[in-house]
Design a protein around this ligand. Structure first.
Ligand code: 3HC
Length: 311
């Protein structure tokens, strides 16, 4: 009976075990995982656009090769995450259609423009840095396929973060113009990166339930705080300034006090009114349309193979 199944589900989650695709799970658990994993996957794919914009403009062959590898990694992360979402009984085609119809979302952070090469550094250091802070706890998520996908993703994110950090370090220790470029990029990406962790805990609709189900292991504000504390020392070594006059160490809290991002801006960006939302979605729709012949050919080939095997 359902109450035994529900009791078994709760026991497995409480015992820090993994719920697997064929296990019984509450419908709402399945729904929130589909929502979050799909949004995560969409973010990886849309996230290829801001940086992809700089592959043909990279300042050296070395930087071009590294950026190419990173953007390709992001495509792989998207594939991994769509595959994890499919274990919950929804197809990748459906998820992509939900994105294109505006009924599923992607991370706010990718709706900001990449105005200079230094932005590639700031994205690696800050956005991939924030992604690591958010994704390491997800390796301990109660849903097996998601947790396991995160282990490989986190390893690759570390490379993404290091290469961005190294770009910024090179610029910040270069000519005054290069230092100014690095500082300008940090100024523009700092607050949107803080907002990436989501609304404050008091406005978070899913946190309580997601934490009860051990999908979310730390609250939005806890992870945001961890990210700020990590970035302060790194900014000092980089030689860039975090654009927050009220950033200061709080001995009592053993953490940095800092200025919150603009959450009204976050809500506007999430609801489609960010600097690049229309451009990102137009690009995604065009890419999907351009790829339809590949999907049709692959499906025709697969059908031919299946018919041949049947004969
Ligand atoms: N962008 C877009 N939507 C956001 C958001 C953001 N930064 N933060 C929160 N939201 C949405 C939530 O989806 C929810 O809306 P919904 O109910 O319509 O789905 C609403 O705002 C309330 O937020 P909650 O805190 O209640 O939502 P969650 O419990 O889902 O927490 C989250 C938000 C922390 C982003 C969580 O979903 C999560 O950990 N997701 C997985 C990680 C992820 O998606 N990262 C995105 C970046 S991927 C990336 O960085 C790739 C790297 O390679 C650069």
């Amino acid at each position: 009976p359902d109450e035994d199944l529900a009791a078994y589900f709760a026991e497995v989650v409480d015992a820090e075990q993994k719920i697997e695709p064929r296990d019984w799970m509450p419908d709402a658990y399945r729904r929130t995982l589909i929502r979050q994993i799909a949004q995560h996957a969409h973010s990886e794919i849309i996230g290829m656009q801001p940086e992809g914009n700089w592959i043909s403009r990279a300042p050296s062959l070395k930087r071009k090769a590294i950026l190419l590898a990173k953007v390709q990694d992001e495509a792989g992360h998207g594939l991994y995450l769509y595959a994890a979402a499919e274990t919950l009984g929804i197809s990748r085609d459906e998820l992509v259609q939900l994105l294109l119809d505006g009924r599923q979302k992607y991370s706010s952070i990718f709706n900001y423009p990449t105005l200079s090469w230094a932005d590639v550094g700031a994205i690696g250091w800050l956005v991939d840095g924030a992604a690591i802070v958010n994704q390491v706890p997800l390796c301990r998520c109660s849903y097996g396929p998601y947790a396991r996908a995160m282990i490989r993703v986190c390893k690759e994110e570390s490379f993404h973060q290091r290469q961005g950090y190294e770009i910024l370090h090179t610029l910040a220790h270069g000519t005054p113009e290069q230092h100014a470029m690095a500082q300008d990029a940090v100024d523009r990406w700092w607050y949107p990166s803080l907002a990436m962790f989501g609304p404050p805990d008091g406005d978070s609709t899913h946190s309580t339930q997601s934490m009860a189900w051990k999908i979310k292991r730390f609250s939005n504000d806890d992870l945001r705080q961890r990210f700020v504390d990590m970035c302060v020392q790194q900014a000092e070594i980089l030689g860039v300034r975090i654009p927050d006059d009220d950033l200061r160490w709080n001995d009592e809290r053993q953490a940095y006090d800092y200025t919150q991002p603009d959450y009204d801006e976050l809500m506007r960006v999430i609801s489609g009114d960010g600097p690049c939302n229309r451009e990102r979605m137009a690009h995604r729709r065009a890419a999907h349309a351009d790829g339809s012949w590949v999907r049709e050919a692959a499906a025709a080939y697969a059908a031919k193979r299946t018919n041949k095997e049947k004969v």
